[in-house]
Design a protein around this ligand. Sequence first.
Ligand code: SAM
Length: 223
Amino acid sequence: MNFEELRRTLVRTLELEGIVRSPLVKEALLNVPREEFVPPHLREYAYQDSPLPIGYGQTISAPHMVAIMTEELRVQPGNRVLEVGTGSGYQAAVLAYIASRSPRGHVVTIERIPQLAVFAKQNLEHAGLYHYVTLLVGDGSVGAPSYGPFDRIIVTAAAPKIPRALVEQLKPGGRMVIPVGSRWSQVLAVVTKSEDGSIRTEYGTPCVFVPLIGREGWKHNII
Ligand code: SAM
């Protein structure tokens, strides 16, 4: 299969749909090979615009959702970024591609399922981006205080409310994107922290994510 051609077609479609808007996000999506982040038997579907199963009841998000969240996050070269919910490692790779274009840029990503962290590590290595990523295993609903504060925080699992710990770990001038709502449907919340520390939250795109399980998330996985 000609994955490069399929990738170019998908990115062009997302651009025509008005989802991919910035040159940095476009370049990242064109250069990070999504086929390296799906289980081998699903590689032929890597450029279908849908979520795909990655095992343990979890998914790699649909490309349009990765594009929407990355655009909303406004990640910049040199940013220190926290991702909660590593999954396949694809979103972390897209963020690392952008952040690492300037020397201090780095992504810290946390996954609660150890087997998925192993899967993500292999995928990030194959894509040549592991160097720019610190991968932790644990409950990311409380963030990673000893690795922060962060310019950007992205949560790729559905939270019942915005975790206070994550807001605390945002730098002044920082920005967070997180799906918030019920177990079955959410909207993307964009949280900004101004230079004086005041917080503003806006709610936008409807979405459906697997639950954020943890101290500041849902208590049990009922899937
Ligand atoms: N960003 C991922 C990707 O690019 O493949 C997709 C993430 S998947 C939709 C959500 C992930 O969040 C799952 O792998 C799940 O195990 C993880 N997760 C759920 N609760 C978590 C928590 N408290 N801390 C860390 N990871 C969590």
